[in-house]
Design a binder for this molecule. Sequence first.
Ligand SMILES: [Zn+2]
Length: 79
Amino acid sequence: MKLCLHCESDMLVKKNFFMFKIPAAILLLLVPYGFVICWLPFLIPPNYACKKCGREFRKVKEVDWQVYEKMKQEKEKGK
Ligand SMILES: [Zn+2]
């Protein structure tokens, strides 16, 4: 599962920027030979936004759900 790098929350939202990528692809199609490069906007990697701390980032922390459960338990113990 994917976790926030900053607060280790799993409340992440993926931002694909399709609102930007699709018009960009259409514009490129209008350019001569644009069909060759119109897929380029789709190569831009998606962003992730954390609902908990409000930050945006490209990389997320990939954690096994079992590891996540352990982390959660350890956090609760620490309280
Ligand atoms: Zn966060």
